[in-house]
Design a binder for this molecule. Structure first.
Ligand code: 3H9
Length: 703
C-alpha cells in the first residue's frame, strides 16, 4: 500500500489499482481527500501494471458529500469539480464501489467515474437542495446525461435518497453486487477487463439528453410543477436553471456557471440558515448533564394509552418505523373509533398514492388494540396520551407501574401539565419522562423530550433514541409551563390578540406570517385545532385574550363549529372572511377604548415574532433549552417556521439583537400591561455587546 496522502491510499492487486479513501467519520470530500484523489488516480494511471481502477471508501460509508465545514471559508484548489474532472479523465477505466450513503458530492464523484457498482444496502442521492445549494460539482450535468433531465430534476429537487435497487432501475448505477465494497468493486473491475467494457466518460454521453434538447416542453412542465409554492427558496429555481443548462449548453460552460451559482448560494443567508439546521440537528442529539456512556434501553414493543387523535398518530409513528404497538383505551367504543380513524388515515394516504396498500397492511398488522391497561405489560415503552387531567394521568401511571416490568419507560404526552407533579405519584420516577408530540403526530417531526426533575439518564436517552427511530427530531426541554414551543407560542398569541384589537383583521395577521414564510397563519391554525382548548388554558392561568375570549363566549370554536376567526362552508376547510367576527373585533376594541389604526405587514411580523424570540432568550437563560439551536429546531419542526430562515434564534442573530431589543422596548412602552415584552436580561446583554445567540452558544459549549 502506498499513500497518495494521509486520507487517500493506493494499492495494486494484479491488474486492478485500488484508490481508497479513509477519512472518518463520513469520508466527506475535504481538501485533503480531493487532493489525494487527484494524486492517486495519476499514480495509478502511471503504473503500467494497472489496467483498471476501483475507487472505494473505508469505514461506514462512501463519500457523504462535500465537506460542509469548509463552506463559507476561502476556496482551496483542487475544487471538487477539478478533482472529479481528474477522475473522469483517467485513461484507465474507473469504477466507483458504493456503500453506505453516497450523497451530494459523493454521488457526483461516482458520476465522474466510468462505472458505478453498489452493495445492496447502499443508498444515494443529491440532497444539496436541503442545504440551499445545487449539486454544483457536476451532479446537475452528469446525472441528466445518465438518466435524462426529467428524472434527474425530480431527484435533485426532492433531495431524496434512493436505494441501490432503485438506482439500478433508474440507470444511476451499473450493477448491485453482494459483498464488501472493495470485493464488489474488484468483481466489477474483472468484468470490465473480461468483457472489454468501454469506459465512456459521462460528460460525453448525449443519448439521454437528446430528446429534451429537441423538445424541452415536458421538462419545463415538470420544473413548473416541482417548484410550485417554493418561490421563496433560492435553491429550487437555481437547480432548475442548472439542469436546463445540461441540454442547452456545452458541459464546461454549464459547470462554470454552476460554480458561480453555488458560490453565491453558499454565501447567501438561506444556505447559511440551512447549514445551521444541519448541524443543529446533530447537536440536539447530545444531552448535557448525563453520566458518560449511558445507553438507551432497547424498545422492541410500545403501547399508547388513549386512542384519540393524538394517541392514534403516535401509534402510527411507531408502526411506520416497524415497532409493534398496542393502542389502549378504556372502552371498546373509543378504541374502535381510534382504530377506524387510524385506518382511515392510512387509506387516505393509499388513495393519494403516498403509501402502498402492502405498506398499509404491514403497518396495520403492527398495531393492536386493547381495553385493559395490562396489555402494556410486555412493552418497553408506554406513552400516555389521554386528555389533560392530572388525576387521571396519575391513576394511569400508578397502574402502569403495577402491570409493567421495572425498566419499562413510562412517558407522558402532556402539553399542559407539570411533569414533576405527575412524577410525584410514581414509585420509579427515574423511568418517567415527558414525550410531547405535535399534532398530527404521525406527520409532525418535533418531539419535545421533557426532563422531569427525577427522570433518569436512561429514560431520557431512550426517549431521544426512540424519537429518532420513529423519524422525529427530538429536542430536550426542561419542565415549565408550555415547555419550549408552547411557552413561546403563548407570547405570539398575546400579540396576535393585541394586533386584532389595534387595527388588524384575522386575514391580515395570517397573511403577514404567510408572507414571512409560515405555511399557515396562526388564526387559521387555531380554528383548525379548536379555540376552546386555548380558552380553557387561559381561564386556568387567568390570562384573558379579549378578542379570542369574546369569540369563544359565542360558542364559535373554529372549524368544528363551522366558524371561529373565519367561517367554513359545510365539508370545506377553506377559511372565509367572517363578518360577524370582524364586527365583534370592532366591539371589543371599542369596549377597551382602543383606537384602531392601520398596521403594516412588517410591523405585524415584528410584533408577532420578536416577543417569542424574547421568550426564547428567557428559556435559554433558565436552562429550559440546552441551546439556541435546539429552539430553532422546535420551531422548524413543530410550528412551521420557514426552514430557510433558520429558526427564531438564528433569525434574530441575522436581524441583529440590538434591533430586536430596541423594538421590544417600543412594544413594552405601548403595552404597559405586559412586562414580559421588556427585553430579557440575556437578550439585552448580548444586544448591548453586539453579540449573538450563536456566539453565546459556542462559548457555553466550549466551557
Ligand atoms: C455537497 O456535496 C455539495 C456539492 O454538491 C457541491 C460542492 C461544490 N461534511 O449525521 P451523522 C459529520 S453538499 C462535514 O451524525 P449518521 C456530522 O456533522 C453535502 N461533516 O452520522 C457528524 O459530526 P459530529 C451533501 C459531515 O451516520 C458526523 O459527520 N451531503 C458531513 O447519522 C456524523 O454524521 C449531505 O448533505 C459533511 N458532508 O449519518 C450529506 N456529513 O459527529 C450530509 C456528516 O461532530 N450527511 N458530517 O456531530 C448526512 O446526511 C449524514 O451525516 C449521513 C450519516 C447520512 C452521511
Amino acid at each position: 500500500m502506498s499513500l497518495a496522502n494521509k486520507v487517500v491510499s493506493i494499492e495494486v492487486s494484479g491488474e486492478i489499482g485500488l484508490l481508497l479513501v479513509d477519512s472518518p467519520p463520513v469520508n466527506a470530500l475535504s481538501h485533503a481527500v480531493r487532493e489525494g484523489l487527484l494524486a492517486g488516480v495519476a499514480d495509478l494511471n502511471a503504473d503500467p501494471a494497472v489496467r483498471v481502477i476501483v475507487l472505494a471508501c473505508r469505514g461506514r460509508t462512501f463519500c457523504a458529500g462535500a465537506d460542509i465545514t469548509e463552506f463559507g471559508k476561502p476556496k482551496r484548489d483542487p475544487s471538487l469539480q477539478q478533482a472529479i474532472a481528474g477522475l473522469e479523465a483517467s485513461a484507465k477505466p474507473l469504477v466507483a464501489a458504493l456503500h453506505g450513503t453516497a450523497l451530494g458530492g459523493g454521488l457526483e464523484v461516482a458520476l465522474g467515474c466510468h462505472f458505478r457498482v453498489a452493495v445492496p444496502t447502499a443508498r444515494m442521492g443529491l440532497p444539496e437542495i436541503s442545504l440551499g445549494i445545487i449539486p454544483g460539482a457536476g451532479g446537475t450535468q452528469r446525472l441528466p446525461r445518465i438518466i435524462g433531465p426529467e428524472k434527474a430534476l425530480e431527484l435533485i429537487l426532492s433531495g431524496k435518497t434512493i436505494t441501490a435497487a432503485e438506482a439500478l432501475a433508474l440507470g444511476v448505477i451499473d450493477a448491485v453486487l453482494e459483498g464488501e465494497p472493495l470485493e464488489v468493486g474488484q468483481a466489477f473491475a474483472r468484468r470490465i477487463l473480461a468483457e472489454g467494457l468501454a469506459a465512456t466518460p459521462v460528460r460525453e454521453r448525449q443519448d439521454k439528453i437528446a430528446a429534451t434538447r429537441l423538445d424541452p416542453a415536458a421538462f419545463e412542465a415538470l420544473a413548473e410543477k416541482l417548484t410550485r409554492g417554493r418561490g421563496r427558496e433560492a435553491g429550487p429555481a437555481a437547480a432548475v436553471a442548472s439542469v436546463r443548462r445540461s441540454f442547452t449548453q456545452p458541459i464546461d460552460d454549464a459547470l462554470a456557471a454552476d460554480s458561480e451559482v453555488n458560490a453565491e448560494l453558499i454565501a447567501g443567508g438561506q444556505s447559511r440558515a440551512l447549514r445551521h439546521l444541519f448541524f443543529a440537528e446533530r447537536e440536539a442529539a447530545k444531552v448535557s448533564g448525563l453520566p458518560a456512556g449511558v445507553a438507551p434501553r432497547p424498545v422492541a414493543r410500545a403501547a399508547v394509552i388513549g386512542a384519540g387523535t393524538m394517541g392514534g398518530g403516535i401509534a402510527m409513528s411507531f408502526a411506520g418505523a416497524g415497532v409493534p404497538v398496542t393502542l389502549i383505551d378504556a372502552t371498546q367504543d373509543a378504541l374502535d373509533r381510534g382504530l377506524d380513524r387510524l385506518a382511515g388515515n392510512y387509506a387516505a394516504s393509499v388513495k393519494r398514492g403516498s403509501l402502498s396498500q402492502a405498506e398499509m397492511d404491514k403497518r396495520m398488522g403492527l398495531i393492536s388494540g386493547a381495553v385493559e391497561r395490562s396489555a402494556a405489560a410486555d412493552c418497553d415503552l408506554v406513552v400516555e396520551a389521554v386528555f389533560e387531567d392530572e388525576a387521571l394521568k396519575k391513576e394511569i401511571f400508578a397502574e402502569l407501574e403495577r402491570v409493567c416490568r421495572p425498566g419499562t419507560i413510562l412517558a407522558s404526552n402532556t402539553s399542559a401539565l407539570d411533569v414533576d407533579a405527575i412524577a410525584a405519584a410514581l414509585q420509579r420516577p427515574e423511568d418517567f419522562v415527558g414525550m410531547h408530540f405535535f399534532a398530527p403526530a404521525n406527520v409532525m417531526k418535533l418531539l419535545e423530550v421533557v426532563r422531569a426533575a427525577d427522570s433518569g439518564p436512561e429514560a431520557i436517552v431512550t426517549a431521544m433514541a426512540v424519537g429518532r427511530k420513529i423519524g422525529k427530531v427530538p429536542v430536550v426541554s426542561g419542565n415549565c409551563d408550555g415547555f419550549i414551543g408552547n411557552r413561546m407560542v403563548a407570547k405570539r398569541s398575546a400579540q396576535v390578540d393585541l394586533l386584532l384589537q389595534k387595527g388588524a383583521m384575522p386575514k391580515d395577521v395570517d397573511d403577514a406570517l404567510k408572507a414571512f414564510g409560515f405555511p399557515m397563519g396562526p388564526l387559521a391554525i387555531n380554528d383548525m385545532s379548536g379555540l376552546d382548548i386555548g380558552w380553557s388554558i387561559r381561564k386556568r392561568r387567568g390570562t384573558p385574550f379579549p378578542v379570542a375570549d369574546a369569540i369563544c363566549e359565542r360558542g364559535w370554536f373554529g372549524q368544528k363549529t363551522g366558524q371561529g376567526y373565519y367561517r367554513y362552508a359545510a365539508g370545506d376547510r377553506t377559511p372565509q372572511p367572517n363578518p360577524e367576527v370582524e364586527q365583534l373585533i370592532l366591539e371589543v376594541a371599542a369596549r377597551l377604548g382602543v383606537e384602531r389604526r392601520p398596521i403594516g405587514q412588517a410591523e405585524m411580523i415584528e410584533r408577532m415574532l420578536y416577543p417569542l424570540i424574547n421568550e426564547g432568550a428567557r428559556i435559554l437563560e433558565e436552562g429550559v433549552a440546552q441551546r439556541a439551536s435546539d429552539i430553532d429546531l422546535v420551531w422548524i419542526n413543530g410550528y412551521g417556521w420557514p426552514r430557510w430562515t433558520g429558526g427564531p434564534m438564528f433569525y434574530a442573530d441575522e436581524v441583529g439583537l440590538a434591533r430586536i431589543a430596541d423594538r421590544l422596548e417600543t412594544f413594552a412602552a405601548d403595552t404597559p400591561g405586559d412586562p414580559s415584552l421588556k427585553p430579557a436580561p440575556l437578550l439585552a446583554e448580548l444586544a448591548g455587546r453586539g453579540s449573538t445567540f450563536a456566539e453565546w452558544q459556542k462559548q457555553r459549549l466550549a466551557a
